[in-house]
Write a protein that binds this ligand. Structure first.
Ligand SMILES: [Zn+2]
Length: 202
């Protein structure tokens, strides 16, 4: 089970997941290319310390990036935005959708070309540090905004329902004694089965 799944509140569901971009493997890639060159040189000159001096960092950089990639999670749920980066030194940010004031994407030129960027969430409590190297950052932002507006819409609908009930108390319903379908308390004829019924209010 992922970190975010283990942290879900009752009634909370994950709507979208983001990921770190493969750019975090760049140091490992660079060292690997150098290691191949060093290997060619070593086979001709016998300079093996040079090869190990590049190959060992390549392996370490790869393992580091792999751990970072698998332990970092970014998710939008129907209640919150959750970021978690790192394994031993863990950094998490959880913001309720209702507290999200702005979500900004910062992209370098390479980020724009390769499709990664930093995401900064501004909540009512202030701006958090950016989370870097996130793949498809604009899609992540779009998903957050979609959930924020869905939350606002359901809150407005709940307010409207309360207001409607206050303005139109006679829209109350009851069960039809014959067919058990819902009818208005003032109904004289059931709209479902057509039988005459005694209105509870007039
Ligand atoms: Zn009926």
């Amino acid at each position: 089970m992922s970190y975010i799944e283990s942290q879900l509140l009752p009634g909370e569901a994950i709507k979208y997941r983001g990921h770190l971009h493969r750019i975090i493997f760049l140091p490992a890639f660079v060292f690997a290319v150098l290691a191949v060159l060093a290997l060619v040189i070593a086979m001709q000159s016998g300079d093996w310390p040079l090869f190990y001096g590049v190959a060992v960092p390549a392996v370490i950089a790869y393992i580091w990036a792999q751990i970072l990639h698998t332990t970092s999670e970014f998710a939008v749920t129907n209640k919150r935005v959750v970021f978690k980066v790192g394994w031993l030194r863990r950094r998490t940010v959880e913001t309720m959708l209702s507290k999200v004031e702005a979500i900004n994407v910062e992209q370098s030129v390479t980020g724009r070309l390769l499709g990664y960027g930093s995401i900064v969430i501004t909540g009512t409590g202030g701006t958090a540090e950016p989370f870097r190297n996130i793949g498809k950052p604009f899609e992540f932002r779009r998903q957050v905004q979609a959930q924020v507006s869905a939350t606002e819409e359901s809150q407005r609908a709940a307010v409207r329902a309360i207001e409607t009930a206050a303005v139109h108390p006679l829209r109350e319903e009851r069960d039809c004694p014959y067919c058990a379908e819902r009818v208005l308390v003032r109904a004289r004829v059931c709209k479902h089965c057509g039988r005459e019924i005694e209105p509870l209010k007039t």
